[in-house]
Ligand binder design. Structure first.
Ligand code: ADP
Ligand code: MG
Length: 324
């Protein structure tokens, strides 16, 4: 079983950032309003994710760590969603099979918390533990028992960079969640929960330069809705070429929509410049295929041409208006 989990880990876990992603997504699924991320040595030595979500009952801790056990499929619709997400219930057992792992939790209705420790896939018995309402997952010594994978890890600073970049991308999409990152025992990043001012989160994540120099995008047509910000004149080089695109709240990479943004820039004003943007495209989920591999961030649109023209049109219009 440990071996199967380690093989699955090859799919799920490429580097510390993949662990952080899976664990923080679990925290958000659990309804967390606040997530604390602690890292040591770029996550190689320690990743600790603590949330204030719904928690897990002591007797269900082993279940959370068994393969394909997920609490997230309640209906046939969910099952369909699973088909698009590609896999379910694999993250925790996979991560636990390649690390020194512990899962501690407490629900609001529990008198005290409980902890389950797993070392390289071998679980101990559930034990009582002090814990606030919510869940903490600790992942130490990633790949310590899989030397072939461990040797592909980069310097802590590089791994940390991947984590910070992923966190920034998440922070932009989830402005209502309070996100804190501590690195080697020191507070490193704080994204304050922004109830009604998503712009504040953009300023926090990408800097006041981006926010001060960007145009608000808000455009709807043909059942498509595009909103967000695009860098605009006076466009300083300091802005860089930060590009964040979300489809139905999910960070994606899409060459065609990237190209639409670039074309709008080129047509309207900035020859040869890479556009900077944070854009959210919302549409009927039936009009988009999420790639079967959840880590790939790719999507396929049913009516790609229409969507391309819609995005190009929305950005072109906003940029042209800003010139007028
Ligand atoms: P999945 O997220 O696909 O269900 P995981 O292996 O990531 O699979 O998690 C397994 C199960 O463990 C989840 O379905 C959920 O019931 C539980 N779980 C994991 N993390 C948390 C958390 N932070 N808070 C509450 N429950 C959690
Ligand atoms: Mg999960």
């Amino acid at each position: 079983d440990t071996l199967i989990n380690q093989i699955a880990a090859g799919e799920v876990v490429e580097r510390p950032a993949s662990v952080v992603k899976e664990l923080v997504e679990n925290a958000l699924d659990a309804g967390a309003r606040r997530v604390d991320i602690d890292l040591e040595e770029g996550g190689i030595r320690l990743i600790r994710i603590r949330d204030d979500g719904c928690g897990i009952a002591a007797e269900e801790l082993p279940l959370a760590l068994s393969r394909h056990a997920t609490s997230k499929i309640a209906s046939l619709d969910d099952l369909e969603a699973v088909a698009t997400l590609g896999f379910r219930g694999e993250a925790l057992p996979s991560i636990a099979s390649i690390s020194r792992f512990s899962l501690s939790s407490r629900r609001a209705t529990d008198a005290h918390g409980a902890v389950l420790r797993v070392d390289g896939g071998k679980a101990a018995a559930v034990a009582p533990a002090a814990h606030a309402i919510g869940t903490t997952v600790e992942v130490r010594d990633l790949f310590y028992n899989v030397p072939a994978r461990r040797k592909f890890l980069r310097a802590p600073r590089t791994e940390l960079g991947h984590i910070e970049e992923w966190l920034r991308s998440l922070a932009l999409a989830r402005p209502r969640i309070d996100l804190r990152l501590a690195v080697d025992g020191k507070p490193a990043r704080r994204y304050r929960a922004e109830a009604d001012n998503p712009g504040a989160r953009v300023a926090e994540a990408l800097g006041p330069e981006f926010f001060g120099q960007s145009l608000r995008i808000e455009h709807s047509a043909s059942g498509l809705h595009l909103h967000g910000w695009i860098g605009a004149p006076p466009y300083s080089r300091a802005l860089g070429d930060q590009q964040y695109l979300y489809v139905n709240g999910r960070a994606v990479r899409d060459r065609h929509l990237g190209h639409a943004a670039k074309s709008a820039y080129k047509e309207v004003l900035f020859h040869g410049r890479q556009p900077a943007y944070v854009l959210f495209l919302e549409l009927d989920p039936l009009r988009v295929d999420v790639n079967v591999h959840p880590a790939k961030h790719e999507v396929r649109f049913r009516d790609a041409r229409l969507i391309y023209d819609f995005v190009l049109g929305a950005l072109r219009e906003a940029l042209a208006d800003s010139r007028a």
